[in-house]
Design a protein around this ligand. Structure first.
Ligand code: HEC
Length: 138
């Protein structure tokens, strides 16, 4: 049984439950209204899910966008940078084809999918994202 205990401790660490991974108590900011990620999802299903998968896990042709790999790239990065990355490089087979407003909705959808809440304020401009540091919520 000692071995089994050791193995499950290892699994817990691998799953991110190690004490050093505990999250701060600060609630995530509400950056968008509920209709924005909903509209972003519709766009996502048209333009992105073919590579990134409908549920934002690795779709075989593009990395997951809610995954450990995603967060190893984006933890503490600026939300504005994520928006800019989408606007200027995605979809990777047609970069530059998104309108800024579309990239905003897609950013809202990706943040919502990562546990960011909707609120009262419409996300109208990417400038709102400038001061926001991304932090894994789930
Ligand atoms: C043709 C396949 C394809 C399509 C369509 C596509 N992507 Fe990607 N995406 C990729 C690949 C491949 C990467 C990683 C390499 C790169 O950046 O080109 C990536 C990377 C990303 C990243 C960065 C992920 C990270 O961990 O840093 C984001 C965010 C992203 N895509 C969002 C989108 C969004 C939003 C759309 C829809 C507008 C989209 N992608 C459409 C293939 C695609």
């Amino acid at each position: 049984m000692r071995h089994i205990g050791f193995i499950s401790a290892g699994l817990l660490v691998a799953a991110g439950f190690a004490p050093f991974a505990s999250r701060g108590a600060e609630p995530p900011p509400a950056l968008f209204t509920a209709d924005q990620p909903a509209a972003g999802e519709a766009l996502y299903l048209q333009r992105c899910s073919g590579c990134h998968n409908a549920n934002l896990t690795d779709g075989g042709q593009g990395p997951g966008l809610i995954t450990d790999g995603f967060w190893s790239n984006w933890e503490q990065k600026s939300a504005r940078t994520l928006y800019g990355r989408i606007l200027s490089t995605m979809p990777s087979n047609e970069p530059g084809s998104l309108l800024p407003g579309e990239a905003l909705l897609l950013t809202a959808f990706i943040l919502k999918s990562n546990g960011y809440p909707a609120g009262e304020q419409t996300l109208e401009t990417a400038d709102t994202l400038n001061p926001v540091r991304l932090h894994r919520q789930k």
